[in-house]
Design a protein around this ligand. Structure first.
Ligand code: NBP
Length: 482
């Protein structure tokens, strides 16, 4: 058996696990034990990176023996049954006070379940969202750990040592207890879906409205990346649009099949929001847009359905592009505001204390939605920690006021031209809905009371009321059911 020389271990050495292990090993003070189900990946990692000083292990017993107490292990395996299998093994060889971290993309109810089950053994279980893909894992991801305060004492310095850094601050915070970390990571991914869809709609509108080539539109995005839209996703959009396919000489974006894939985190975000009663329409439309794109059989039979007459061409390309930029920024504010609403609602539902400002700060580097914009969110929550709706913070309210006329012109142009812009238009509808003095929800309540006696409340007195709708309706008074 090896001596307990490692302060941290990684189980699962595919691309994410091996990169995370290398990141850990590169930081002063860390010695990293590694274990994989099949031996080949461990041998390869250790042979390729002698500088890392890994402690290779080939059984769970050896792995446990190589770790100093409290033993701390990060699991990086495919989320699901593999995670449960690895947890079972670690629980078998670990002791009370040790720490098991799941760094995979687990669905947060699974994390809640696992945390409760593992806690009964006296071992700590931490679900940690890790964002940034392969490169982030290697160079510095944004890390969203949940779990107990006790585990954070040991884990905090280790995760801080490998996290991305934004303006001198590490992109990791103890998000909250239980499944809070994976919940926040889930919403991060949902926001990512919305951000990507909004950018895609902006590209489509500009291309079809101005006739610019992908390479020319790449320059538009590169220019946008110097202003308030500055973000990783805008930056890589310019790179993707510039890319020429080596085989055909065409823009690569025109060669790629237009069916967007998904690994499910967008759907989880929307399902959870539905259960919590939080409208995340931007994220939902982005998720549905991927679904719509991925049904070629439906798209083929619907292709002959008529659209508007004539070609779509804007008179003033520069003015239209500026309108699209403002519409994109306004829609992005709505999508992020909705995502933060979902985190707040999740925290209330599950009893977590989550600092929304701290969450926005750890997304400023290392993760896919990293953006200058997140500083504005942090400022908004610093000014008012209990802000009921992010989009009402002074900075965002001003940006929406500045952009709303352009936003409306873009949504109208898209509708008239027959260009789908579901995320732009649903975000605008949300904006108009949330700011409305009075909504037709009153009529919906009347309908519900009519067919189901669901009752309603009145604007002029307290209580719950039901109307006897049948018979001579003009003479039937509302009945207080209390
Ligand atoms: P995979 O998701 O492909 O996981 C496979 C690895 O887990 C293999 O090395 C496999 O061993 C090992 N494993 C062990 Br140990 N026990 C296992 C078991 N009982 N069942 C199945 N596999 C087992 O690795 P990945 O792409 O590196 O992703 C790791 C996690 O990180 C996932 O949860 C993923 O969602 C998450 N994540 C990925 C990204 C990304 O950008 N790729 C970003 C953020 C998070 P073997 O060699 O014997 O098959």
């Amino acid at each position: 058996m090896p001596t307990a020389s490692a302060n941290i271990g990684v189980v699962g050495l595919a691309v994410m696990g091996s990169n995370l292990a290398r990141n850990l090993a590169s930081r002063e003070g860390n010695t990293v034990a590694v274990l994989n189900r099949s031996r080949a990946k461990t041998d390869e990692l250790v042979a390729l990176h002698p500088e890392a000083g890994f402690v290779p292990t080939f059984s769970y017993e050896e792995f446990a023996a190589s770790l100093q107490k409290p033993r701390t292990a990060i699991i990086m395996v495919k989320a699901g049954l593999g995670t449960d299998a690895v947890i079972d093994e670690l629980v078998r060889v670990f002791e009370p006070g040790d720490i098991i971290v799941d760094g995979g993309n687990a669905y947060f109810p699974d994390t809640i379940r696992r945390e409760q089950a593992v806690r009964e053994t006296g071992i700590n279980f931490v679900g940690a969202g890790i964002s940034g893909g392969e490169e982030g894992a290697l160079l510095g991801p944004s890390i969203m750990p949940g779990g107990s305060d006790e585990s954070w004492v040991t884990l905090g310095p280790i995760l801080t040592s490998i996290a991305a850094v934004a303006e001198g601050e590490p992109c990791v915070t103890h998000v909250g207890h239980g499944g809070a970390g994976h919940f926040v990571k889930m919403v991060h991914n949902g926001i990512e879906y919305a951000d990507m869809q909004l950018i895609a709609e902006a590209y489509d509108l500009i291309r079809r409205g101005t006739g610019k080539t992908p390479a020319e539109i790449a320059e538009v995005f590169a220019e946008w990346n110097t202003g308030e839209l500055e973000s990783y996703l805008i930056e890589i959009t310019a790179e993707v649009l510039r890319q020429i396919d080596a085989e055909t000489g065409k823009p690569l974006v025109d060669v790629i099949v237009d069916q967007a894939g998904a690994k499910g985190t967008g759907a989880w975000t929307v399902q959870t929001a539905l259960a919590l009663g939080v409208p995340v329409s931007g994220i939902a439309e982005a998720t549905f847009a991927r679904s719509l794109s991925s049904h070629p059989e439906q798209r083929a039979v619907a292709a002959h359905l008529p659209g508007p007459e004539g070609e779509f061409a804007v008179d003033d390309a520069d003015a239209f592009i500026e309108d699209v930029r403002l519409a994109l920024y306004a829609s992005k504010i709505v999508a992020y505001s909705q995502g933060f609403d979902e985190i707040r609602a999740g925290a209330v539902e599950y009893g977590w204390t989550i600092d929304l400002g701290a969450v926005s700060k750890i997304w400023r580097a290392g993760c896919i939605i990293r953006a200058q914009f997140l500083n504005r969110i942090a400022e908004a929550y610093a000014g008012e920690p209990d802000l009921p709706a992010l989009l009402t913070a002074p900075y965002f309210a001003e940006a929406l006021a500045r952009g709303q006329a352009a936003w409306r012109r873009v949504v109208v142009a898209a509708a008239q031209a027959g260009i789908p812009a579901p995320a732009f238009s649903s975000s605008l509808s949300y904006y108009d809905g949330i700011r409305a003095e009075r909504l037709p929800a009153a009529l919906v309540q009347g309908q519900r009371d009519f067919f189901g006696a669901h009752t309603y409340r009145r604007i002029d007195k307290d209580g719950t009321f039901h109307t006897l709708w049948s018979g001579d309706r003009t003479e039937i008074p509302a009945v207080d059911t209390h």
